[in-house]
Design a protein around this ligand. Sequence first.
Ligand SMILES: [Zn+2]
Length: 317
Amino acid sequence: MTAPQPAEAVGIDVGATKTAAVRLTADGEVSARARCATPRRTADDLVAAIAGLVARVGGERVAAVGVGLPGMVDARTGALAFAPGLEFARAPLRELIEEAVRLPVVTDNDANAAAWAEYRLGAGRGHDHLVLVTLGTGLGCGVVVGGRLLHGAHGFAAEASHLTVEPGGPLCECGRLGCWGEAASGAAIGRRGRQEAAARPASPLARLLGEGGPDAGAVVTEAASGGDEQARAILDRVGTLTGVGLAALANVFDPAVMIVGGGPVAAGDLLLAPARAEFARRLYAPGDRPPVPVLAARFAGDAGAIGAALLAIDCRR
Ligand SMILES: [Zn+2]
């Protein structure tokens, strides 16, 4: 009799525009990938797209599916309560996906999934207390406490995007001013870039942004890495505001490490050095506690999908 093969899992990351899928081996290696546009209008369309991705990357050893969703997920039922980028809400997505793929399904917030990826296999490995923030279309946050994801009473914990980091700053979709996700996300870098370009239309940054590309935040990040001073000033400001938020979270959760992920982290110290400096200024009693490193995430675009697959594997144990 042969020993049973260790299980593999499919991880899905539902993003604002793209939905990505990976198949993860029991060793944590990505063995297949696929992606599609995110259907945002109805839950049925999204479930069909997810089932299609599972069929494309899956295999006979896949024993479970994990799905990271861009919003608030009920930790008890796995239903989606609300997602700002989707046109529907209050959908029993875990159940619907399970019916469609005929495998056990785990759903969670996408940033929680990314935090789990960093905890299990990434920059947070070996640390049972960590905070991850990811700078993307919005700002995601996941918190690991004592080796477990923090879900709160309902599953809605760690919505750090709506911490005020810039009083009087830009208007957020929640109706308030200066929320972290609005002031210092990947999208915020793009918005600040376009404002700079409008103010100085003859500048090199204005020319780069005028050449187009759907992701202005990525254009600004790349320009900063190439030495553009306007772009560097934007990353410096966004890094500083990120440090404000990181310090607030560290003061609340007392993590061993803080991890920053998302596309802008490609700029390295142009973003992380001002974040670390502001973090150090605001961390309470820094001289009387062990240092709390602010690290770049290991996983870039894959973190949500890999973390979702790991959650599916770990929840089966
Ligand atoms: Zn807000």
